[in-house]
Design a protein around this ligand. Structure first.
Ligand code: GLP
Length: 266
């Protein structure tokens, strides 16, 4: 795992967006680049930077296929708090992606289990996910894989914890009861199958979870700790989110990056 600690959230987002654009540009011809995407406030700065890179002509999404992580059950795609709407407003409407190449789980499907199974099949059909971008809940959750989720889980229906409903109430007029009780989400195993995983974490309120994920053991109560066993995982964070990490942990991850730069320069 790489852990990149940037001074500010904006620096972290600029780095992450450049990393994604580079990966897409490396695949300018041939098989489309398959990108996994999150919602939430953490990736907002990355989407902003990616749109800016697109506007400058530094990246094109014409040969990119996307799969989003999750969607609430029972919200119409047009609902202001649906993740369909979030993705259109924040990202898809501002870039050159072919909308037929964007995939989100349908939380209104009449058969939710079939919807989840066909989502997994669509990912496989696309050749698997090249890079999964994600965020982290303050309790260490990944997508909607709440604490206690199987680390081998696949796309399925999940009941949200009261903590997640309280955290997301800010988007639903401050009322946790207005937040849907269930969601469809890719599983931890689905994310782990991606060839590369990039997670953005920011703010003091994520610091305890980040320390558990990086320094604690592999544990289904902190589902993002799954990254410890991924061959190509990167967490990019700001200094606030790194606040609970041990000094020697921070120093070591910084040494790794310095050594990599030295190798590249040689
Ligand atoms: C929700 C989403 C996650 C996201 C998390 C954190 O639970 N399903 O994908 O990582 O919220 O959200 P935020 O980035 O707003 O802190």
């Amino acid at each position: 795992m790489r852990l990149l600690i940037h001074k500010t959230y904006d620096d972290a987002c600029a780095w992450a967006a450049r990393c994604i654009a580079e990966r897409i540009n490396e695949r300018s011809r041939g098989r489309p680049f398959v990108l996994g995407l999150p919602t939430g406030s953490s990736p907002l700065g990355i989407y902003r930077e990616l749109v800016a890179l697109y506007q400058k002509g530094a990246v094109s999404f014409a040969n990119t296929i996307t799969f989003n992580m999750d969607e609430y059950v029972g919200l119409e795609p047009e609902h202001p708090q649906s993740y369909h709407r979030f993705m259109a407003d924040t990202f898809f409407n501002h870039i050159d992606i072919d909308r037929r190449h964007t995939h989100l789980l349908d939380g209104m499907a009449s058969d939710l289990e079939a919807e989840c199974a066909s989502y997994e099949a669509a990912i496989a059909q696309a050749g698997g996910i090249d890079l999964f971008l994600g965020g982290m809940g303050a309790d260490g959750h990944l997508a909607f894989n709440e604490p206690g989720s199987s680390l081998h889980s696949r796309t399925r229906i999940k009941t949200l914890t009261q903590g997640t409903r309280i955290a997301n109430a800010r988007f639903f007029g401050g009322d946790p009861e207005a937040v849907p009780l269930t969601a469809l989400t890719v599983g931890v195993g689905t994310v782990m199958d991606a060839r590369e995983v990039l997670i953005i974490v920011n703010g003091y309120h994520k610091a305890r979870a980040l320390a558990a994920v990086v320094e604690g053991g592999l544990n289904h109560m902190w589902t993002l700790s799954c990254l410890q066993t991924h061959p190509r995982a990167i967490i990019v964070c700001d200094e606030e989110a790194a606040d609970e990490l041990r000094l020697r942990t921070v120093r070591y991850f910084k040494d790794i990056e310095r050594a990599a730069l030295g190798t590249a320069a040689e």
